[in-house]
Design a protein around this ligand. Structure first.
Ligand code: ADP
Length: 259
């Protein structure tokens, strides 16, 4: 019991005897702490854009004679902050839904080639010609939730683009292995040092906060990936070297293949 937290109650029993009842509250305290951390982080993340928007609204209400150029710049900055709040709230709702036992994934046949070709198109649009992106797709179709798998794989590809400087290379692959089908996205971007790797799927964990914000990150992407993969019994493997690049692999179980 050395690492456990126990709460004991003494209950009177017959003939002046007493019963000692103990409850192990270690797990519920850990969940409580995680919940408090999440609320604190989420509030902090929402407060920053709100402060910016409120600041510009105050300027607008005090200075009615703002020139058009300044006014348009303020409107643009407020719109960006509003969009940031929207992304955050959407990611928080997605995470809540993924964690809920009331919404188990609805398995359907996923056309992996079709899905990956769409993800590739979106990747080209996001990269705007600044990266070379390739796709190799020889793996089978699988059974799972199309929306959830799409969102997990899109998150991994989007990160590869966002954390790879211009002229970088991004290789997406979907192949079959002895253990089951495997997705991988490899980049030659900024990389991640070893001490961060095991913490990347924690909510709001970022190696470099300012870079994540600049690239429109919410800090929840890999937490969403982790939960989708848990629901599909798949594993995430991360290999990375700073200044060389990263490889994010998703190993699906052999049983997930669609007949
Ligand atoms: P964010 O919205 O900040 O990108 P994520 O949960 O998607 O949040 O990722 C968490 C952190 O992991 C990022 O802030 C970044 O530091 C790091 N990261 C994720 N993918 C990569 C990558 N391909 N290359 C380098 N760093 C990455």
């Amino acid at each position: 019991f050395r690492d456990r937290k126990l709460i004991a109650h003494i209950i009177p029993f017959e003939n002046r005897r007493q019963i000692l009842v103990t409850h192990d509250v270690t797990e519920s305290e850990r969940i409580d702490m995680m919940r408090r951390d999440f609320i604190a982080n989420a509030s902090h993340e929402l407060r920053t854009p709100l402060t910016v928007i409120n600041g510009f609204l105050e300027i607008a209400s005090m200075q009615a004679d703002l020139d058009n150029q300044t006014r348009n710049m303020h409107l643009k900055l407020m719109t960006e902050q509003g969009e940031r709040m929207q992304r955050l709230v959407e990611d928080m709702l997605t995470l809540t839904r993924l964690e809920s036992v009331d919404y188990p994934p609805r398995p359907e046949r996923i056309n992996m080639l079709g899905l990956l070709e769409q993800i590739l198109q979106e990747a080209h649009a996001l990269s705007a010609g600044k990266h070379t992106i390739t796709l190799e797709c020889t793996g089978p179709d699988i059974r799972g939730s199309n929306d959830e798998i799409r969102s997990a794989l899109t998150n991994l590809v989007t990160n590869a683009i966002r954390y790879t400087p211009e002229n970088g290379h991004i290789k997406i692959s979907w192949i079959d292995t002895e253990q089951g089908p495997k997705f991988a996205v490899q980049d030659d971007g900024i990389g991640i040092s070893t001490e961060h790797i095991s913490r990347l799927t924690e909510r709001f964990y970022r190696v470099d906060k300012s870079r994540s914000r600049e690239t429109q990150g919410t800090g929840l992407g890999l937490a969403i990936v982790k939960h989708v993969l848990l629901r599909h019994k798949a594993n995430l493997l991360i290999e990375s070297t700073p200044d060389v690049g990263s490889k994010f692999c998703v190993q699906f179980p052999g049983t997930i293949v669609s007949a």
